[in-house]
Design a protein around this ligand. Structure first.
Ligand SMILES: [Zn+2]
Length: 248
């Protein structure tokens, strides 16, 4: 089932992003590219804990996520995507809220997601800028919350249609939520472990990945990054695919 194909060609023509009035709206396509980094021959990166046993296998949901993400009978695909995005956002926001005191300007001066990967933000002058992770994440979460609250984007009232830009908007949302997951895994996994929340967090993220792939909301290149700047969670995705938790 293709979410995008199901909406038809006419939708894709009108998706060129309009500037929405929120201050963060011009910034939802941050550059992929990390700043050039000098080679650092002395650094050998240890395997992150989230890729290590038993944490990599920890899950609330056992087995494959395929059936969980399937469109239920009689449910509109837009509604299904909207309600799932709402749930992913709400759950991720709660997790981040718990660890937020450990994610500050000192601990996380950059929005990191791998040993050589810092996400940059496109500001209103279309310039790519580095932000501290808490600032970046605050921008993402505020932007998503505003979209969810906007009945023109996520209609909740009977008779209101989803706008033609909905698929493109949710793809942007997905990409930014992925970055928040990626930062938490990379920089704050020990705090997740400290809370003994790794089964819950892993299941939330696996569900997010499975849903994103099923409805074409998630690009593989965003999950894996580039060879010079891999996303830490890209390896987690590979590991879960090998374990049969996720499909291709
Ligand atoms: Zn942080």
């Amino acid at each position: 089932m293709s979410f995008f194909n199901s909406i038809g060609r006419s939708m894709t023509r009108s998706q060129r992003p309009k500037r929405s009035p929120t201050p963060t709206s011009a910034t939802f396509s941050p550059s992929e590219m990390p700043p050039p980094q000098p080679p650092s021959p002395t650094i050998t990166t240890p395997k992150p804990l989230y890729l290590s046993s038993p944490f990599v296998e920890a899950a609330l949901v056992k087995g494959n996520f395929k059936t969980i993400v399937m469109l239920p009978k009689y449910v509109d695909i837009m509604e299904w995507v909207a309600v799932n995005i709402f749930d992913f956002y709400t759950n991720l926001n709660e997790f981040y809220g718990v660890i937020a005191e450990c994610c500050n300007q000192q601990s996380c001066p950059k929005m990191s997601a791998g040993p050589a990967l810092n996400y940059t933000w496109i500001n209103q002058d279309r310039k790519s800028v580095h932000l501290a992770a808490p600032t970046y994440i605050d921008y993402v979460m505020t932007w998503v919350q505003n979209l969810l609250d906007d009945d023109n984007t996520f209609p909740t009232k009977a008779g209101h249609e989803f706008p033609p830009s909905f698929p493109s908007t949710v793809k942007h949302v997905y990409r930014q939520l992925l970055r928040v997951f990626a930062h938490i895994y990379h920089a704050h996994y020990h705090q997740i472990l400290h809370l003994r929340s790794e089964p819950h967090f892993n299941s939330l993220f696996a569900h997010f990945l499975a849903f994103g792939r099923e409805y074409e909301l998630l690009e593989v290149k965003d999950v894996k990054g580039s060879s010079s700047a891999p996303v830490g969670v890209g390896q987690l995705w590979e590991a879960w695919r090998q374990m049969g938790i996720l499909e291709g």
